[in-house]
Design a protein around this ligand. Structure first.
Ligand code: FRU
Length: 736
């Protein structure tokens, strides 16, 4: 007798689908159930026909990626990078990727993997347990194991893609030994990992192979902390115990680097860092694992398996690649030459008349506002080579009157090994020199932000200090965003406030110094308590009358991006207590404001007129961005903080035109005053007959279709600016 699939199902007490899964291996079936089905098949002498088998060929067009839930952060970053690199491949083949995160430590989770229909699965960074569990299931779902090598490779048949940490490290250590570095310190964390083990073995083997005795005390396991790295590096190097150091833990390597920088020691180091998957970092040289290649090879391996329909063992192995860090391709000469050549071809359409704009390229934050030897200097975040944000330089303009600005050569270019961008900072006069404090930003590996100095005698040509970076490490009170130093002097002491965050809550921290060069962490000035954005940029702290203002920018504050926190600051504790908050500017484009005190003792504010995320029309003309006009910050009679255009701007006034008083009702009155740049003073008198709303249209087009409306709502006492008909981009209404 030979039964049908239905009979098998009936006898085994399961559904037809389950029988099909057992036959075709399309899903995980509980071993007991599977046994029952197999017995029924045997008992009924059932031979699956083509139809039963064809279920298998019904592709779900899905590849499952299995990932661990909690792993070291470096692994997560690596997983993201791999998935990203693989997506286009699967897209093109019209496969869907289904991501499945499971707890690799929890065996119950293993079975859940098989609960879905899929054509194949790629298992990321499996543990031995999960590898065994999956490969021993003998379910015919093609599987590729990525970032994994079974302990006993010979015996295991499987599809593996792995990075050969052993040979990579082995090669590097042999090189060091060849260069006569016979005492190489090796630091690892006590947690251990496969990568660690492989690297350590490679280190030991290199000594054996070179016939050089390895000193056991130079191989140390310590808890993962930067302090630990610092202390051991110090002990080793002070006692001249080692001439090279290897770390297989990022935190430890941070401490080692800090010690080397402080002591200005230039010894060979090899660090495994977290930023790029297991990249090795050697001074000035990053040895990276080729993530993209690995992802494509993995996808290709998977595709071969599913299209052939059979499990053929293929193994890929990667050695890491050496990527030399080039000396910077940016320089002041190059930037200035580019600007000179390209500003000739600029059109004047859409140029502002008296706002600061870049000759070419992109401008963002105002930087280093200062009056030096009588003249006003404004620097700005600047990418000369294109009208979009890019490697940051410092652009520079100068003025005698805060009104007419003269363009000067670029002040800073990201030309040092420690920087890929010269980020925002401030300027101050010290002993007749102009000193700039700025953030050297480098995100080529893991993001690094350190604080630096550049000085100038003439206020035009700046030298970066040999001592840079002067603040090398973020303190425990700050996250990796750690930038925009604003420096001032108070009663013979120097203060530097820096924008940062901790646990995704914006905060500002303070450093102090007796000479402006050696700085110590002083305090956490203030935090946002979860209400003022996840990260603070461009902090500034200054007194106005009897209060202190902490001005911060943060793109994630609801309702405003640049705010004044008004309260009290205590120099004894370094802590600012906030009483109230005020929006710096109710317009739609105001960010990254910075202030300075001029010789007339005015507190002057300049901001960047921009809103993130929108194209800027002038980009077509090769430039983008402008700064706001300088405004004086004051307190009015009611204790409100107000900002008023500096009085020098009145010198721009030319011809005066007047409109005779008129009565406003529902109609629109044409006013015969024309101009591209006008200062408009309007006075409205409200009476019982006044309309509920009134205002003016400016920049009206000839056909009347385009205009900007400035309107007052009498009931609500609100002044609004409506940009919805102002042009192509940047719509919206802002209200004060
Ligand atoms: C603010 C900002 C600063 C940074 C600079 C980089 O707009 O993000 O925090 O220093 O821009 O250009």
């Amino acid at each position: 007798m030979s039964g049908s699939m239905k009979d098998v199902a009936r006898r085994a007490g399961v559904s037809v689908a389950t029988v099909s899964h057992v036959i075709n291996g399309t899903r995980f079936v509980n071993p007991d159930t599977k046994n029952k089905v197999l017995k029924a098949i045997e008992g009924l002498n059932y031979v699956p026909n083509a139809a039963a088998k064809s279920l298998k060929s019904k592709s779900s067009k899905t590849i499952k990626i299995v990932l661990p839930i909690e792993k070291f952060s470096y692994q997560q970053e690596m997983h993201f990078a791999l998935i990203n690199s693989m997506l286009p491949y699967w897209n093109e083949k019209q496969y869907i990727i289904s991501l499945h995160q499971i707890d690799y430590k929890n065996e119950e989770d293993y079975n859940k993997i098989f609960l879905h229909t899929m054509d194949g699965m790629i298992i990321f960074s499996p543990t031995n347990e999960i590898y065994r569990a999956i490969s021993h299931k003998k379910i015919s779902i093609p599987s590729v194991f990525l970032d994994y090598r079974p302990e006993d490779e010979e015996e295991d048949e499987g599809n593996f893609v792995y990075v050969d940490h052993f040979h990579t490290m082995h090669y590097e250590v042999l090189e060091l030994l060849k260069k006569k570095h016979h005492r190489i310190g090796y630091l690892e964390n006590t947690e251990g990992s496969r990568m660690n083990e492989e690297c350590k073995k490679a280190y030991k083997d290199a000594f054996i192979q070179s016939d050089i005795p390895m000193e056991a005390e130079l191989l140390k396991s310590i808890p993962s902390s930067s302090e630990g790295g610092y202390e051991i590096a110090k002990a080793w190097l002070e006692g001249k115990k080692v001439s090279a150091i290897i770390c297989s833990d990022e935190q430890i390597s941070l401490g080692v680097t800090r010690y080397l920088l402080e002591e200005q020691l230039d010894i060979p180091t090899i660090f495994y860092t977290n930023g790029v998957w297991g990249s090795l970092y050697e001074q000035g040289e990053t040895i990276q694992i080729p993530c993209e290649k690995i992802a494509l090879q993995t996808a290709e391996m998977m595709y071969q398996l599913i299209s052939k329909g059979e499990d053929e063992a293929i193994t890929h192995q990667f050695r890491t690649e050496v990527v030399k860090e080039e000396a910077s391709i940016y320089s002041l000469e190059k930037a200035n030459k580019f600007i000179e050549e390209h500003s000739k071809f600029q059109t004047t359409r859409w140029r502002q008349n008296y706002h600061i704009t870049p000759l070419v390229g992109w401008l963002n934050d105002p930087n280093g506002l200062v009056q030096f030897k009588g003249e006003y200097h404004v620097f700005y975040q600047f990418h000369p080579y294109g009208p979009e944000w890019g490697p940051m330089h410092w652009g520079h303009v100068r003025s005698k009157d805060l009104v007419h600005w003269e363009h000067l050569p670029v002040a800073l270019a990201p030309d040092q090994l420690y920087e890929k961008g010269c980020f925002t900072g401030s300027a101050i006069e010290k002993d007749g020199e102009l000193v700039i404090y700025y953030t050297a930003h480098d995100d080529s590996n893991k993001m690094k932000e350190v604080q630096c100095i550049a000085t100038s005698k003439d206020g035009i040509v700046f030298d970066k200090s040999e001592k840079n970076p002067i603040i090398k490490n973020i303190s425990g009170e700050a996250a990796e965003d750690f930038r925009d130093p604003k420096v001032w002097e108070y009663r013979g002491k120097w203060y530097m406030i820096i924008g940062t965050s901790k646990n995704q809550d914006g905060r500002a921290v303070l450093y102090t110094s007796s000479n402006g060069i050696d700085w110590d962490f002083y305090s956490v000035v203030a935090t946002g308590d979860g209400k003022l954005g996840d990260f603070w940029e461009c902090p500034d702290l200054f007194p106005i009358n009897n209060v202190h203002i902490l001005m911060i920018s943060s793109i994630n504050i609801k309702g405003a991006k640049n705010v004044f926190l008004i309260g009290e600051f205590d120099y004894q504790t370094g802590i600012f207590e906030k009483d109230t908050i005020q929006i710096v500017d109710y317009g739609r484009d105001f960010y990254a404001g910075q202030t300075f005190i001029d010789e007339k003792d005015r507190r002057i504010l300049v901001g960047w007129m921009h809103r993130w995320g929108e194209a800027v029309p002038t980009q077509k003309d090769g430039w983008a961005g402008s700064l706001t006009i300088p405004r004086e910050i004051k307190m009015d009679g009611d204790g409100n903080i107000i900002t008023v255009p500096v009085q020098e701007l009145q010198t721009l006034r030319e011809e005066k035109m007047e409109v005779t008083p008129m009565k406003i009702c529902d109609t629109i009155f044409p006013v015969k005053i024309k101009g591209n740049a006008l200062e408009i003073e309007c006075e409205f008198e409200i009476s019982a007959q006044s309309p509920d709303m009134f205002g003016i249209h400016v920049r009206k087009s000839k056909n009347g279709d385009e205009y900007t409306e400035i309107i007052y709502d009498v009931q609500k006492q609100e002044l609004s600016m409506d940009l919805n008909r102002s042009g192509k981009k940047g719509k919206g209404i802002s209200t004060a």
